[in-house]
Every structure is written in C-alpha cells, then in structure tokens.
Design a protein around this ligand. Structure first.
Ligand SMILES: Nc1ncnc2c1ncn2[C@@H]1O[C@H](COP(=O)(O)OP(=O)(O)OP(=O)(O)O)[C@@H](O)[C@H]1O
Ligand SMILES: [Mg+2]
Length: 361
C-alpha cells in the first residue's frame, strides 16, 4: 500500500482522536493468534489521548503488558502517522530509554511486529547513502546487543525519516535530536548516570517541545515509595501529566481476579489441601480494590483477570520473587499485584535483564 493509502485507511478507523484511530488500525492488522490489545490499555490510552496532555505516567506490577502495549499501540503508529514540523535537517528520534541498553532493546521487536503487521517490510541492511537510507514501505532494524543500542529507521507517511532508538537513560543519551516521542521504561530502576532520574526524565520530555502532539509514556514497575516515578505519581495529575489509575472497571477486574484465586484455593481446600484452604481465607483476596489506585496489577493490565491471576499464582508458587518467610500469596500480591514493600528493584532487575537479552536474540 502507498503511504497515502495507509494513511487513508488508518484515518478511516473508528475513534475520537487520531491516536485512537491509528492504534485501532494496528490492532485490526495483528496476525491471527496475536492477542488483541487489552481493555485496560485501551481505556487508559483513550483517556490520555482525549485529555490532550503530553505525558502518561504508569506505575504497574510485574508483567502488566506495559512495554508491549506502548510499543505497539503508541510508538509504532505515532511515529508512522503523525505530522511533524520539519526544521532543516531535523533528526527525528523516538527515544526509548530504559534502565539498561539491553532492557531498552527489548521493545524493538514489539515495535517491529506492529510495523510488519501494518504491512511494512523489514530490512536488515540500509544504504550508506543518506538520501537513499530507507525506502518507502520498508523499515530498517538493527536489534542491538547487550552493549549496543538498537534502532528502527523508516520513512513516515509524510516522507520524514524517523528513528526509534534505544538510548541510555542519561543526559548525554537524551541530547542532540528532535524528539517525536519518548518511552522512559523501568524508570524506578534507572541507575548510573541517571542518579537523578527525575532530571533525566525531565530532559527527555523537554526534547519533545515544539513537536505538536508528541507524547511521553513513562512506565515502571512500582518498587518503593522513594522511587522517582512513584514520587511524581504521589504528587498527582498536572496540566501536562496524566497518572494512570485502576478505574472502576479495573477495580472490578482486580477483584474478579482475586476472587477467582480464592475460589480456586477453596476448591483445592475442599479436596484436602489444608494450605490452600488457609490461603483461601486471606483477607487480601476479598478486600475491595480502590479505583483511584495508581498501581496496575498484572491481571488487570493484560487480562482476562481470572486466567491471568491463576498464571501469576503458578509463577509465585515456583518461588519467584519470594522473600524468606513469605508464602506464595505474599509474592503474588507484591510482584504481580503491585503492592510494593521495601526496595524491590535490586532483585528484579537481574531477571528483567535476562528476559530482555533473551528476547533480543
Ligand atoms: N494483549 C495481551 N494479551 C495477553 N498477553 C499479553 C498481551 N500483551 C502482552 N502480553 C504478555 O504479557 C507479558 C508481559 O508483557 P510486557 O513485557 O509488555 O509487560 P511489562 O508490564 O512491560 O512487564 P515488565 O514488568 O517485565 O516490564 C508478556 O509475556 C507479553 O507477551
Ligand atoms: Mg516492561
């Protein structure tokens, strides 16, 4: 399809904002078998796009679908379809910063899968000639490695050359380009040069100034109350920032998930498993969720809640994420339910880096 054709089809999708139509277009093109975008992310992103704010801040539990949804619903379509102000020789970059380069590289495949779904062809080599670097309907991808930052480069539907680039979360990494979007990921784990993560975050966001409609999607697991993103979230919404909340439906989904686990444990209890019976009586499985909570449990993020919480339960029962003396229910609610206690980041970054290195292969 020609760029104009692509644009016309995407603009013809249902939705109140251009971003919603573009994301709906990507979703409509997902290959069979790939799960549709989750209702939680749809609700949250729709509200954000309608708000006209520039930054969405999401605190979430482990594995809540954050990186995948933002890469496919936001980064890929916004890079491709948004009109931008070209200043002579602008280098248009969507900065994708994470706690480490391999972690940042982990989202490249997700962006690439959206680009392929839309019908762009993946190429691994590009011309050295600046002008011919990338052809229309193609995207160049270099996936990067443990040491090197990966990139995706292509022409948007207005023929601007744009790049989705992994950047270290540092002042130097976030300087020297025109920002067309920004995905600071795992902000609570930013280290090294980013000892003042709030300043680095601010710098990354300031790169988008002058590009009308460009968005920041800041995501992190919630580890500790003194984390940079946690502090921003606790200060609340501003004219520019929207804090993602569980919402009424999210609270219902959270409760449905936890009740499903309660019933599962109770059934096992009836069958003679005394430990399961004891867990099934834990109040945390039945207490009401707070719709204003800024932390999204895994089972609300990717749903469906009943199935996802049972999967998280299975994972917690393998001992992953458990502190000494904790029972699986503690781990489940803390790691996948996003009820943070203490400094959690140190332990999870290793696992997260292993996951990212695997998916980058
Ligand atoms: N729409 C979806 N439906 C079902 N599963 C999904 C969906 N989107 C993503 N997933 C799966 O959920 C898991 C977590 O996704 P992802 O890594 O995007 O979440 P995250 O919140 O960024 O996690 P992390 O805590 O590791 O940063 C992955 O295994 C992913 O494949
Ligand atoms: Mg992630």
């Amino acid at each position: 399809m020609t760029p104009e054709g692509l644009r016309a089809v995407a603009e013809g999708m249902p939705g109140d904002t251009p971003e919603e139509r573009w994301a709906a277009f990507v979703e409509s093109k997902l290959p069979a078998g790939e799960p549709a975008f989750s209702p939680f992310w749809w609700r949250t992103l729709r509200a954000f796009w309608q708000s006209g704010k520039t930054a969405l801040i999401v605190l979430k539990a482990n594995r809540a679908g954050g990186t995948t949804h933002v890469a496919r619903m936001c980064a890929a379509p916004e890079m491709l379809f948004r009109e931008r102000r070209a200043i002579a020789e602008s280098e248009f970059v969507w900065a994708n910063a994470s706690a480490t380069v391999p972690l940042a590289n982990g989202s490249l495949r997700m962006v690439a899968s959206a680009m392929r779904a839309i019908g762009l062809r993946e190429v691994k080599k590009r011309s050295k000639d600046e002008v011919k670097r990338v052809a229309p309907s193609e995207f160049f991808i270099s996936e990067g490695s443990v040491q090197t930052a990966g990139t995706i480069e292509f022409l948007d539907v207005h023929s601007n050359r744009v790049e989705y680039r992994s950047q270290p979360a540092s002042r130097a990494g976030l300087s020297g380009f025109t920002g067309i979007g920004f995905t600071p990921d795992e902000v609570e784990l930013w280290r090294g040069e980013a000892e003042r993560p709030e300043e680095v975050l601010e710098l990354g966001m300031s790169r988008l100034k002058g590009q009308c409609g460009a968005h920041t999607y800041a995501i992190s697991r919630a580890f500790a109350e003194d984390g940079a993103l946690y502090k921003i979230v606790s200060r609340g919404d501003t004219e520019e920032l929207m804090i993602a909340r569980l919402g009424e439906q999210g609270a219902r989904d959270d409760e449905a998930g936890r009740l499903a686990l309660r019933d599962h444990l109770r059934a096992r209890g009836v069958a003679g498993d005394r430990e399961a019976l004891r867990y099934s009586q834990d109040r945390r499985l039945t207490e009401e969720a707070d719709p204003t909570s800024p932390i999204v449990p895994a089972w609300v993020g990717i749903g469906p809640p009943e199935a996802t919480i049972l999967e998280c339960w299975r994972l917690a029962a393998t001992g992953f994420g458990l502190d000494e003396g904790e029972v699986p229910l503690d781990g489940l609610l803390r790691v996948y339910g996003g009820r943070p206690t203490g400094r959690e980041g140190e332990r999870y970054i290793e696992q997260a880096a292993i996951d990212a290195a695997r998916s980058a292969r």
